[in-house]
Design a protein around this ligand. Sequence first.
Ligand code: SF4
Length: 333
Amino acid sequence: MSLDILSGPPISAPVFEEDPLDLMDEIDALKREKNASILAHYYVDGEIQDIADFTGDSLKLARDATTVESPTIVFCGVHFMGESAKILSPEKRVLMPDLLAGCSLADSCPHDALKAFQDKLRAEGREFVTVAYINTTAATKSLCDWIVTSGNAREIIDKLPADKEILFVPDQHLGRYLMEVTGREFILWPGSCMVHEIFSLQDLLRAKRNKPGSVILSHPECPQNILEVSDVIGGTEKMRRHVQSIAEPTTFLVATEPAMIHAFKQVAPQHEYIPVPGIMASTGETCACNRCPHMARNTLAKVRDCLRDEKPEIVWQPYFEQARDVLRRSLLQ
Ligand code: SF4
């Protein structure tokens, strides 16, 4: 035997992909056996959306979690969403396929940093209410007066007392957009979403020129330069309703997480949907795949495993109590 072979790189075992259809059957059987319901965000893979009992944006899923009758929920999304489901339905067991599915936006506003900033504002004699986008951790939510989603933000902000300042966390782009539509001034937290931050204006304009008559559909988490050239701006539910409301086949240039296109095709298959490319911050190169790496941690195999093993689970934390008050007031009333 030659020494070259003996000293070469280790030969790794072949990786066998499980058949998605077999996985779907297994999940279906486990769901019945364990009396569980699956909730899936529009940003997870289409095949997971297909096996879910409920699909939707953060607001819809938080509300759905309170209405499901089964004692167990499998939440396919990211960590703060599983926390919200547990907080609003504490009697239910909330499992997640991968507890490491985080969110760059939620991470950009940690509890201690927000607390220090609020203390500083109070020491300066500023009177303010703290409004948090739902993409925040439960610990951060426990410091806030209101929680909003892109679906209900305007309605809540319009009700806030005019003599108080508004501290808006964590998404600076959504905050800036809401300042425009509500006419209120905010103190903006400098957070952003790694997916919506990277859309390339140049590539978007080129795509628009190549597809005359196309409609640019953008999420308000996108930066201002993208929103300025957009035809329709809205959260995921608003976008879904919009494509559904148009009968005439249309080309949509979609500036949000591209898994959303699966949900669009379910309700409006007559249209063409083109995901807007992003730019990779590290190299400046155009990136054809602007998937959210956190949402992509959800896979069919992990959904099966978490149903089978009944873990990992979102475990109740002491600060959930305070976060529950603000979540209930903001999302359920
Ligand atoms: S798309 Fe952005 S905001 Fe949504 S989960 Fe991923 S990182 Fe968070």
